[in-house]
Design a protein around this ligand. Structure first.
Ligand code: PMP
Length: 431
């Protein structure tokens, strides 16, 4: 474990304050030193700290130009409106808003979500298809509880979202990566793998502005994916936290909208359109399946935060969220444009990058001879951070890739950070 974390620890040593780095190292040495492995459940013995979380801990200093996190721009959180809604909920409905409530969640919020999905994603849902969760991340974990047995296989895009790998792996699944290109997961490869792989339980996809690549799955592939899942009788886990963040091009119907039999469970979130600190997301799917999620969630936390659900419901009733999303899109689009233009101008030949039409991330592929972890060491020495791409591949490899986040850094610093990265890359290419 030390080896896996050491490159980050060493790389950031001179940047971090004592708390940031030493706390991290102390946790590591205690975990190993205490020799607790006999006491731990098998499913946690091999759990590793997420490299991204470790990087995030030390990139929060203002002097670091960080493309590393996946954070929304905090200056866009509608703090005044939320403050007013908190006061209004407490004044008008305080007793209910501070009480236990049903596991399913606030009815008016579930109605809003179902209606929104029907309008923007082409589904046909009502509130009984929706369960409110603690962020969409909880939906992923609950999916593991509901569907995954030890030894099952989940097919996923290659690369895929790191915390989904962690969530599903905790239930003992193996990942088989499906080749992915500019239009998302390759459906011929998926078909082949569905025919040749034993114990496939589900297919995990992020069709819009994927984390980590920023790519979007084409309409044709969405339709074919839904068909293949029904034909092979496997679940699709459709993760859509970024779907509302489209800067250009046409909004596309969800994979779920093509499903006639209930094979698709989808996950949505208020994290990127309101604020992640609320930790409110949802699971949407066939009513019987959602009932299973409800039963499982009861054992986890009984319900999601009643007060925050009431505040969001009040916000949606009294404010125009589309106006708010428009503001977010304006800022993120500008940042994306600055990033892509800087990449085009500064990065050396032979380095490729994606051109996301929305979301928070772009993905960079370096020449095979370069290792993004080594590039990171040198960038961090010059106070620029990003996330190496290797951890996004559940079965390893691809060390010549990296992810860039553009939502949380003002334009001037994006330009400066990419110029520094380009200089580091040029030096590595010359040696
Ligand atoms: N899925 C993906 C693809 C993500 O990138 C994230 C985090 N940004 C999540 C799920 C979890 O988001 P949240 O729990 O905040 O809704």
């Amino acid at each position: 474990m030390f080896c896996e974390l050491s490159f980050i620890s060493l790389a950031f040593a001179h940047l971090s304050n004592n708390d940031g780095l030493c706390a991290q190292e102390t946790i590591y040495f205690n975990a190993e030193g205490a020799q607790m492995n006999n006491a731990y459940a098998q499913r946690v013995v091999n759990l590793k700290a997420s490299e991204i979380r470790e990087i995030l801990k030390v990139t929060q200093q203002p002097s670091v130009i960080s493309f590393a996190g996946g954070l929304p721009a905090p200056e866009l959180f509608p703090i005044e409106a939320i403050s007013n809604m908190c006061a209004s909920v407490l004044a008008n409905d305080g007793q209910r808003a501070l009480q236990y409530a049903t596991t399913e969640g606030y009815v008016s919020l579930r109605q809003w979500i179902a209606a929104r999905m029907n309008t923007t994603l082409g589904t046909v849902l009502d509130e009984d298809n929706i369960l409110i969760t603690n962020g969409s991340q909880q939906g992923l974990d609950l999916s593991g509880k509901v569907f995954i047995d030890e030894g099952d296989v989940v097919l996923c895009e290659s690369p895929t979202y790191l915390a989904a790998i962690t969530a599903f792996r905790a239930y003992g699944c193996n990942f088989v990566e499906v080749p992915t290109d500019e239009e998302g997961m390759n459906m011929d490869d998926l078909d082949r793998l569905l025919k040749t792989t034993d114990r496939v339980k589900g297919i995990y996809v992020i069709p819009n502005f994927q984390n980590p690549t920023g790519r979007t799955m084409s309409l044709e592939r969405r339709e074919r994916l839904a068909k293949l899942a029904a034909q092979h009788r496997v679940m699709i886990f459709e993760d859509n936290p970024y779907g509302e963040l489209r800067f250009e091009g046409k909004y596309l119907p969800s994979v779920q909208s093509f499903d006639k039999e209930g094979w698709v469970i989808s996950f949505g979130s208020f994290s990127k359109i309101l604020c992640p600190g609320f930790r409110i997301g949802w699971v949407a799917g066939d009513k019987e399946i959602v009932r299973k999620y409800v039963l499982v969630k009861q054992g986890v936390d009984l319900q999601s935060n009643t007060f925050v659900q009431a505040v969001i419901a009040a916000y949606l009733e009294q404010h125009d969220i589309d106006e708010h999303i428009k503001t977010i899109l304006g800022v993120y689009k500008t940042r994306r444009d600055v990033l892509l233009s800087a990449l085009d101008r500064h990065f050396p030949q032979g380095v490729q990058h994606t051109r996301p039409e929305g979301g928070l991330f772009a993905w960079v592929t370096l020449p095979d001879s370069l290792n993004a972890r080594h590039i990171l060491d040198d960038c961090v020495a010059r106070k620029v951070a990003f996330v190496p791409g290797g951890p996004f591949f559940p079965n390893g490899g691809h060390e010549n890739t990296l992810r860039l986040n553009f939502s949380n850094m003002e334009e001037g610093r994006i330009e400066e950070g990419i110029a520094i990265m380009a200089d580091v890359l040029n030096r590595h290419l010359k040696t």
